[in-house]
Every structure is written in C-alpha cells, then in structure tokens.
Write a protein that binds this ligand. Structure first.
Ligand SMILES: NC(=O)c1ccc[n+]([C@@H]2O[C@H](COP(=O)([O-])OP(=O)(O)OC[C@H]3O[C@@H](n4cnc5c(N)ncnc54)[C@H](OP(=O)(O)O)[C@@H]3O)[C@@H](O)[C@H]2O)c1
Length: 331
C-alpha cells in the first residue's frame, strides 16, 4: 500500500481507504468486522464513516442513523491508534429543526454523539457532509475551529462542495485565522467526472487533499448489474439504494461497462480493479474510498493498485466515455 500526505498537512493516508456506509445498513457487525480486518491487512489506514450512515438512509427515518459509527466504535477497540478515523456532519439525525445542518448548535451536539458512538476521544478528520446554504460559513468554521483547539478533532474537511464554496471557505479561514478545510470528498469514477472541470484544478492549486468516493460507481462498474435485468440478490441494487437505481436507469452506463470489459480482459484484470486503478491514475487524487460488503471486495480491488494504466488505455477509456455521450446512448 502506498501512503500520501493529505494535501498540505503532515498526515499520511493510504491511497485506498475504506468506506463504511454498508456497516449496519446492508451488512451486520460480523461481516463488517471481516471487511475491516481485510482492509487493515491490506495496509488501508483511512476509514470513512458519517453520523447518518445506517438503516435510516433507505427507510427515510432519521432516527435510524449512527449504526455505522456504533459498529465501527466496537470493532476499533484495541485498533483505534492504527487508523485515521474520518466522519461527517450535516445530514438529518433527528426530527427536530436543528437536527441537521452546519450550525454551531448542531455541530457541537453532533460531534459529541459521534465521539460517543465511535468510543474515542477524538476524530482525526471531521468533514462537513455537504454545503449548508442556511448557515453562514463563518459560523460553521468558527465552531469547527473550536473543536480542533479543544482536541476533539485533528483536521477538518468538506464533502460535496463546489470549488467556489471551498474557495469561499478558505478565504474566511484565512481572514479569521481559523483552521481551514484540508480535504475535499467528492464523488469520482469513470461514470462521474464532472469534478475534473473545477474542483480538481482548484484542489491541486491550493494543495487540498482529495479523497474521492464511489470509485466503482456504487457497484455498477463491477459489471454485476445487467441492462433490463433485476439486480442480483444480496446486492445494494436489490436492497433498493436510490442513487444506484438512478444510475441503472441510464443506458450510457451499460455502454461504458461493456466497453471496459474488453479493456480489463486485455490486462487480465477484473472490472473493479480497472475502475479503481483508473481513479488512482489521476495524480490529484490522494485516496479513493472503496465500498465493500465482503472482505474479498477489498482484497480483489487493491491487488494491482501499484500498477498504472498506460496512456493508451486512459485514452481508450476517454473515447468510450465520449462515445457514451452521443444521443444514441446518452439517455
Ligand atoms: N460524502 C458522500 O456524500 C458519500 C457518498 C457516498 C459514499 N461515500 C463514502 O464512500 C464510500 C464508498 O462508496 P460506495 O460504497 O458507493 O463505493 P464503491 O466502491 O463505488 O461501491 C462499492 C460497492 O461495490 C460493490 N463491490 C465492490 N467490490 C466488488 C466486487 N469485487 N464484486 C462485486 N461487487 C463489488 C459492493 O456492492 P454490494 O454491497 O452490492 O455487494 C460495494 O458495496 C462509502 O462507504 C462512504 O464512506 C461518501
């Protein structure tokens, strides 16, 4: 496993990190423990969760949140110091008007709840899950800065921010002498490349760490979903993950997956290996957060991460994606 500095900080994180959105949502604690062990054995040191991860995400019930953090808290007993633990705040965790968002009121309550569930006295990377248009960034950044100064949080980051939102936040941190967002967590895969336009150039210019999520397109880039067929049993598609089901409705995605199959075969790789390596081929990406519901998902995906795709292979993938944008496929 290779490790890289998170942006301009001295913190070193693994090129592949483990996402735990499945913990307590699609898999139980025993399977989660096996997935975590496989990740630690592979040298993964960055573990990502969020206060909202849990069954409530599929049932639209904010009271069923926090299971991923709870499971992780138990599983990390005795291993806490081995990992860089990242979690998030902003999602709805209750029915009250202040049970979501990035107000000082909510952040301070949310961090205490995350610390309790994770059974730790500090969070290594505390990320705001998305922009909150109803709270001034000054208020959010001052609250986060307090948490760093209190020792409850080591570094702060942002997720799902546009480049202008991150630039504005950096300007405020700079002006008010507050800790700044040192990382950004956007979605990035062969299927979702919009961050190449603004966010990645910004992150590179400002030395912001880039931790990308859903590198396998939520499972679509593993080839297990087939056009016109019901999702395979036991998959997230079968469990009804809304964002994945939306991806499965687009013909262009199947066109891309089919084209990738022959490229992967030529290398003797599987589709997940190709999809993960493609994300890591972008030098601006610090770490890719892999999702896994079985330990073999981790061992398989990381097998060739020290190898790089050739310029020709990257060009072939670009061509495939461009082709999929034509009106014939872009439905
Ligand atoms: N900041 C945000 O807003 C945000 C949003 C989404 C995710 N995330 C983070 O990113 C992490 C990863 O996201 P993701 O789970 O969508 O990532 P992903 O890596 O694109 O998808 C992972 C899914 O692919 C399937 N898979 C993986 N390896 C496989 C293999 N070898 N064969 C067959 N299927 C395989 C599994 O699906 P099955 O479970 O169906 O087997 C697994 O759950 C999350 O856990 C979370 O920490 C953050």
């Amino acid at each position: 496993m290779q490790y890289q500095r998170l942006g301009r900080t001295g913190l070193k994180v693994s090129k592949v990190s483990l996402g735990t959105m499945a913990f307590g949502r699609w898999i139980g604690e025993q399977e989660a423990g096996q997935v975590l062990d496989a990740a630690l054995d592979a040298g993964i040191n960055l573990i990502d969760t969020a206060d909202v991860y849990g069954r409530g995400m599929d049932q639209n019930n904010p009271l069923l949140t926090g299971e991923s953090e709870e499971i992780l808290g138990r599983l990390l007993q005795g291993k806490r110091d081995q990992v860089v633990l990242a979690t998030k705040v902003n999602g709805r965790v209750g029915n009250g008007v202040n049970d979501a968002g990035l107000s000082r009121f909510h952040i301070i309550r949310a961090v205490e709840n995350s610390l309790r569930r994770l059974q730790t006295d500090h969070i290594d990377l505390y990320q705001v899950h998305r922009f909150d248009p109803q709270t001034p960034l000054e208020e959010t950044l001052r609250a986060l800065d307090d948490l760093v100064r209190q020792g409850k949080v080591r570094y702060i980051g942002a997720s799902n921010f546009a480049a202008w939102q991150l630039a504005k936040a950096h300007g405020i941190s700079d002006r008010l002498q507050l800790h700044r967002f040192e990382s950004i967590q956007p979605e990035y895969s062969i299927l979702r490349r919009d961050i190449e336009q603004e966010l990645l150039p910004f992150a590179e210019a400002e030395s912001v760490g880039v931790i990308v999520y859903s590198p396998l397109g939520r499972g679509l880039l593993t080839g297990k979903y087939r056009r016109g067929e019901a999702p395979p049993q036991g998959s997230r598609g079968a469990a009804g993950e809304q964002r994945l089901l939306a991806l499965l409705e687009q013909e262009r995605h199947f066109h891309i997956v089919e084209g990738l199959k022959s490229l992967a075969e030529r290398r003797g790789w599987t589709l997940p290996q190709l999809a993960l390596n493609w994300v890591l081929s972008n030098p601006v990406v610090t770490s890719a957060i892999l999702g896994a519901s079985r330990p073999t998902h981790v061992t398989e995906a990381v097998r060739y991460i020290d190898e790089r795709l050739s310029a020709q292979e990257l060009e072939d993938i670009d061509k495939l994606v461009r082709q999929a944008e034509t009106p014939l496929f872009a439905k």
